[in-house]
Design a protein around this ligand. Structure first.
Ligand code: SAM
Ligand code: SF4
Length: 359
């Protein structure tokens, strides 16, 4: 799909005109990744963060937030729940937390990989190549790092680099891939200053990066952040600002499916936050094939406040599990079994195995 077609879909708002987009995305999803919905158990294990992202409630200067870091034992309790619920993957997510030391996380990954059949996804921010390598060595399968926006000036404004460093998440994703991880990325939709042109380029970037996983969700305002203050917000030219709404999120999910037909694409919590009744389901019938039930214990879940009023904030792991199973069944879809790696990744692996066989 070329740039102008992506742009035209992004600007389209008429329901009748959009219905072929939903159909194309849903049939592509069925043809390329099948009807299964994969469950990834999300464990938000630390809300400490050293960064100053202008959009996120976990940012370091946010002193109003009580910070926590779960112990190995607490995390392993959630991991055992994932096994009992027959999930194929756990996602270990946190702020960019230097208290999460290389060896501490490597030991945890090793425990999970030796004691369970689960795939492990890490999403712990921008870390050193040495750390990425150690965690991969310990058995981590996937890494999730959104590039947030492909507009470099906007990125630098909203995601300031740490002193003396450059933040280049796209380059980092390439290095992560070189280490043999499955690579996930994505963007926020409707972040202030994001134009339709920017978002079209973000979608093209998904294809260029040949991502294994694509996570997109609407930007949601957190009042205690710079973007919570209208005077800070970057302003796009008149008529060019992307809305942070449900419809645009469905369009981006659908377009992501069309440009990366074999990727795993979650129907995200941020989307469910905008439409608690049907958001997840509509994401799943417009291109998505993954959901991420939350395994974080309730006392920590409320503190992982990247934006307020997050969906499922007051739920328990059991509650999330039952609710998502029901929602998936209501669509006539089945829950996926096993790790549910991306088809592209499987192919890359067998190509490497073939090469090695020939040597
Ligand atoms: N710290 C890691 C990182 O930044 O990659 C992982 C955790 S971070 C909370 C995960 C994602 O949350 C970010 O990549 C960003 O896209 C999203 N996020 C943060 N603040 C948000 C907001 N206000 N609205 C919607 N999504 C947000
Ligand atoms: Fe920290 Fe990630 Fe939030 Fe940025 S988005 S402040 S790195 S948790």
């Amino acid at each position: 799909m070329d740039h102008s077609s992506i742009l035209a879909w992004l600007r389209e708002t008429r329901a009748t005109r959009l219905s072929p987009l939903w159909q194309m995305a849903d049939s592509t999803r069925q043809r390329c990744v099948g009807g299964e919905v994969h469950l990834r158990g999300l464990i938000e294990f630390s809300n400490y963060c050293v960064r100053l992202c202008a959009y996120c409630g976990l940012r370091a200067p946010n002193t109003g937030l009580r910070r926590y870091r779960m112990s190995h034992e607490e995390i392993m309790g959630c991991v055992r729940q994932a096994v009992a619920f027959r999930y194929g993957t756990v996602v270990l997510q946190s702020g960019e937390d230097p208290g999460v030391a290389k060896d501490w996380l490597a030991d945890l990954v090793r425990q999970i990989k030796t004691q369970t059949p689960l795939a492990v996804t890490l999403s712990v921010g921008e870390r050193s190549d040495e750390e990425f390598a150690a965690w991969r060595e310990a058995g981590a399968d996937r890494y999730l790092l959104r590039f947030e926006t492909s507009n470099r000036a906007l990125y630098d404004r909203l995601h300031p680099a740490r002193p003396g460093t450059v933040s280049d998440r796209l380059a980092m994703l390439n290095r992560i891939r070189q280490l043999g991880y499955e690579v996930g990325s994505g963007v926020m939709i409707g972040i202030p200053g994001q134009t339709y042109e920017d978002l079209a380029r973000d979608i093209e970037q998904f294809a260029e990066q040949d991502l294994d996983m694509i996570g997109v969700g609407p930007y949601l305002v957190h009042p205690d952040t710079p973007l919570g203050d209208p005077s800070f917000r970057p302003v796009a030219p008149q008529g060019d600002q992307v809305p942070a709404d449900e419809l645009t999120t469905y369009k981006v999910i659908a377009l992501a499916r069309l440009v990366c037909p074999r990727a795993n694409i979650p129907s995200t919590t941020a989307l469910a936050t905008l439409n608690r009744r049907r958001g997840r389901e509509l994401g799943l019938v417009r291109g998505a094939n993954v959901v991420m039930p939350n395994l974080t214990p309730p006392q920590y879940r409320v503190l992982y406040e990247i934006y307020p009023n997050k969906a499922c904030l007051d739920g328990t792991a059991d509650g999330c599990h039952a609710c998502l199973h029901e929602r998936i069944a209501s669509l006539g879809r089945n829950v996926g079994v096993g790790p549910g790696e991306s088809a592209g990744f499987r192919e890359r692996q067998s190509a490497v195995a073939g090469e090695e066989g020939r040597v």
